[in-house]
Every structure is written in C-alpha cells, then in structure tokens.
Ligand binder design. Structure first.
Ligand SMILES: *Cc1c(COP(=O)(O)O)cnc(C)c1O
Length: 362
C-alpha cells in the first residue's frame, strides 16, 4: 500500500505547504532558464533579500548573501573574518565540524566543549584573549540542544569588539533573534525553511566586511570563489559571482513572504506549543525519555528522545509504515535515540497524528 509520507526528519524535511504551487508558477515563468545577469533575476534576488530582511527584522548594515550550503558559509566566515584565532562553543557534531574547519584552514582554533546533551554555562565561560570571532550554534541538530537567546546576547555583551557568528541552520526563522546582538548568522534552507536543499543563506553585517577588507589589505587569503568582498559588491547590484541557484532563491523569497503573511509570531507560537506537548508526552512516557536534561537547553525545533524499550530503528520502521518519517539519533546515538523536527512546514494536525502514533507504538 502506498501511503503519503510526512517528513519530521531534522533535514531535509517536509516542504513548506506552498512550495509546490510556487514551483509550478516558477516553471511557467521560466525561472530556471532565465539569465542570472537579467533584470528578471535581479528582481528575484531583491525580492528574496527584502522578504528575508522583513522576516528576520534585520537592522541596517546587514547583507543577505547566497551560497551553496551552510557548510560553505563556515569556510567563508573563517577565511574572511579570522586572521588567526577563532573560538568555538562545541556541544555536538555540527559545532564540532565548524571547529575542525578552522583547524583545517590553519587557524588557531580554540574550543570550549561540553558533553552531548548539555548546554553552556556562559557566565563562567572563558574567552581566549586572542579570539577574533566566537562561533555559537543556536540549535545543535545532532543533540537537540538549543542555546537560549539571552546566553547568546550575554556572549556578545561581554565581547563587544569580537565578532559573534551564529549557526541557525535547524532553527531559523523560529528564534526571535535580535540581530543587533550578533555580527553574522546563517542557515541552509532544507531544514526549518522547508525548501529543497542546495542553498545557504548568509546574513552578514558590515563589520564582517570591514574585517575581510582588513585581511585583504594585509595580503591574507580570503578566498577566490565567494570571498566576502566580492559577494557584497554583487549584493549591492543584486548580482552573483557565479550562476546561482536561481530557483532556490525564488522559492525562498516566496516562502518567506508566505511566512510573513501567515504571521511569524503565529508560526513561532505554534512551534512553541507543539514542542511543549511533545516534551510533556516524552516526560510521561514509559517508552521514551527526554535526552536534554536541563529544560533551559531543550530545543523546540529538533526534539530528541532516548528509546527505552525498542531500538530507534524499530520505531522508525513502524512509523514509516504509517507514512510518518522521523530521524534516528545522530552518530554514536543512532541506535538509541529518535529526533523529531518541529518546523514551520509542519501542521499542528500532522504533529498530533505523529504523537498519537508514538503513543500507540507496540
Ligand atoms: C545541517 C546543519 C549544518 C550543515 O548544513 P548544510 O546545508 O548541510 O551545509 C550546519 N549546522 C547545523 C546546526 C546543521 O544542522
């Protein structure tokens, strides 16, 4: 029997409900065939940046740049914003990988590490005195740990002269982040944005550009492909260095507008409400246990539970037979954990179906 699949995987995940209509319209409008040097493309880029700026309430001084992935943005941040020393808050596989990139690029990377499932006690965190950039992760997708916004602001308040970079890959646009308190943030679109993979979105403040220009004036290598200064010049004319993912940029602009017309506050409230219910269910369940012990660090967008009675593979397979696709644990936690995404693309109704199926698991 063929059942319709609903994806609650942490990424790629369910598509935002309006994507298929926009995709059809894009084909009718030849979006995938137009030149990226045309005015039509410029209009698409401008539309996407304006709707993203509205959705995130970006203050002046920020550019909206496009890459192929969030992973690419790690490399761009390190090359363009760090001469020598970056400091990384590591609490899972993704924050760890950013740290490793810094090492691979020959930076003096410093890290503060806590075990999987933990958050950071930012009050007592020592920042290495040479740190130029602090790398934070709002939502560590591998463990379901989120960093409270006040903690992010605390780091910036204590380090006003250092750059703060924020990974929001598996949470944006859920957190109502004050962009005056960070210098750059980034995400890719196949997670909480509910779009096809292949597009990274880099929100970057002029302070980062100044740093890149300073490095270039000292003959530091900031990259050839997608160096920040070239990308910024392109952004000012709604142009890109190479042929970009025009279709992805088009869809992003449309979906960001749809989120605005639904109301970003409504979307955020729905996600918070569903997270509360799912955590309450796991708390009471004899079959599961919440992985992140401290409620302050629990993610609302990627919810991770330990499986107490069956393996995660068994649970995933049973749900899949009902068309409900969830994630297994990440890396070493694969066999014993499940991960459930709670994104703007999910309806409260579908979420309830999933919770009922979890309750009925035998
Ligand atoms: C998925 C993910 C990334 C990498 O995103 P790509 O689009 O695969 O490059 C980075 N950080 C976090 C927290 C993620 O969840």
């Amino acid at each position: 029997m063929l059942v319709e699949k609903k994806f609650f995987t942490p990424g790629p995940s369910a598509l935002y409900p309006t994507v298929s209509a926009h995709l059809n319209q894009a084909l009718k409008d030849n979006v995938a065939s137009i030149s990226h040097r045309s005015n039509d493309f410029r209009a698409i880029y401008q539309d996407a940046t304006e709707s993203i700026a509205n959705l995130f309430d970006l203050p002046p001084g920020f550019a909206v740049l496009f890459t192929g992935s969030a992973t690419e943005i790690w490399e761009k941040i390190l090359l363009n914003c760090v001469a020598e020393t970056s400091m990384h808050f590591v609490n899972g596989a993704f924050s760890q990988r950013f740290y490793e990139f810094a090492q691979q690029l020959g930076k003096k990377a410093v890290c503060q590490e806590v075990p999987a499932g933990d958050g950071f006690a930012v009050e007592s965190m020592e920042i290495h005195y040479k740190t130029e950039l602090v790398a934070l992760t709002h939502n560590e997708t591998s463990t379901g740990v989120a960093m409270p916004l006040e903690d992010i602001y605390h780091v910036k308040d204590r380090n006003p002269k250092r750059l703060v970079a924020l990974d929001m890959v598996s949470s944006a646009p859920y957190p109502n982040l004050d962009f005056n308190k960070i210098d750059t943030a980034y995400f890719s679109v196949q997670k909480a944005f509910g779009l096809p993979a292949g597009l990274g979105v880099w929100l970057v403040h002029e302070k980062c550009l100044s740093k890149a220009e300073l490095l270039e004036s000292k003959q530091c290598l900031t990259g050839a492909y997608h160096r920040l200064s070239t990308m910024w010049q392109g952004f000012e004319k709604y142009q890109t260095q190479a042929t970009p993912n025009v279709l992805g940029i088009y869809l992003l602009g449309k979906v960001a507008r749809d989120m605005l017309s639904k109301g970003i506050a409504t979307i955020r409230a729905e996600i918070a409400e569903r997270a509360k219910k799912l955590y309450a269910f796991f708390e009471d369940s004899a079959d599961f246990e919440i992985f992140v012990k401290n409620p302050r660090f629990r993610s609302d967008t990627v919810i991770v539970a330990n499986c107490l009675k069956q393996s995660s593979a068994e649970i995933v397979t049973k749900l899949e037979q009902q068309g409900l696709i969830i994630g297994q644990g990440y890396g070493a936690h694969k066999a014993k954990q499940i991960r459930i995404a709670n994104f703007p693309a999910h309806s409260t109704e579908d979420f309830e179906t999933l919770m009922q199926a979890l309750k009925d698991l035998r």
